[in-house]
Ligand binder design. Sequence first.
Ligand SMILES: NC(=O)c1ccc[n+]([C@@H]2O[C@H](COP(=O)([O-])OP(=O)(O)OC[C@H]3O[C@@H](n4cnc5c(N)ncnc54)[C@H](O)[C@@H]3O)[C@@H](O)[C@H]2O)c1
Length: 348
Amino acid sequence: MSVITILGAGAMGSALCTPVVDAGWEVRLWGTWLDDHLLDAVEAGQPHPRTKVPLAEGVKLYRSAQLDEALEGADVVVMAIASVGVPGVLELALDGIAKADAMWLTSKGFCPDEDGRIQLLPDAMRAIAAAKGVELPPIVAIAGPVKANECAGREPTATIFGCKELEVAQKYAREARTDRYAIEASDDEVGVEICAPMKNVYAIALGVADGLEEKTGVPHHNLKAATFARAVREMSLLGQALGARPETAFGLPGVGDLEVTGLSGRNKVYGVRLGRGEQAQEALDEMTRLEQTVEGVPAVGLAVQLVEQSAPELVEEMRLLKAVAQLVAGDVEDPQEHLIPAVLPARP
Ligand SMILES: NC(=O)c1ccc[n+]([C@@H]2O[C@H](COP(=O)([O-])OP(=O)(O)OC[C@H]3O[C@@H](n4cnc5c(N)ncnc54)[C@H](O)[C@@H]3O)[C@@H](O)[C@H]2O)c1
């Protein structure tokens, strides 16, 4: 039986336990020093506090001090840590990860290197490991429309595994698939990794449209749909500029994940607050108090830098990205008027 060790016992780490248990793997779930209360609840027989779904049966739990034990003999290690914590957890787990056949990555984000250049998460992770003289196994980037609670509860879910080595993505797509968790295999690691954090950024703008509806009582569905189309266009353009396949932005990691994130994710909820008229910092503070990490906020500034550094020809074109950056920075008085020029096509 293959052994999989999932690092991070938050919503996604605990949710991923369900399909891999169902697919017949031995599953270990390691909680960081921030996860003790989550593991306490699960051990007390309660549903997982983030997903509200009971943890899949048979999962072995490990506390933060038991990292080596959790990694011992793991065939696959999964990084399911919020992007801000990924470099630190990677360094702690490096030896165990290096011995595994593959590392799966559900974390979404960009990561600046020492010189301030913005990297996609897999490249940043390989660089962190290389600086310690360690070569990481193949990285399988996981993305797509996967809400943690639905995945945990065996609701029908489709996801994508992107790995530079297609046969590795295909192997795990076969071995982790269940009747309720379908996996597409792709060799487009770059495309998957661009869409994953970018959709968090754009979901903030989708939330603004919903917040405007709450504030005014008037639906803003047209604005929301136009924002959606603009977001997909920008994800596709950026992906292609960095070497991704054009179709990736139009598949599960782009359109699919943007749709689900724009329906109910934390980034959308933050955008709703902005659309309702809350100040950017005040809204973020409240989300933090509720333990709701809004990954699109740190991602947007890094995405702007990524475009400037690696695709400068797109700086003008990525106008929705720029508009979200200004929103998040608190530089905007009227979110609707601010979004309109970024979203509605210009006069011919
Ligand atoms: N929730 C979803 O539906 C979903 C779906 C797909 C992917 N993801 C991605 O998976 C990753 C985890 O998301 P989640 O929903 O499980 O979030 P979560 O907040 O429920 O859990 C975050 C995990 O990261 C750890 N963490 C947070 N800050 C840290 C720090 N500074 N240092 C070390 N560890 C830290 C926490 O202890 C926890 O294990 C994110 O990158 C997210 O975008 C989430």
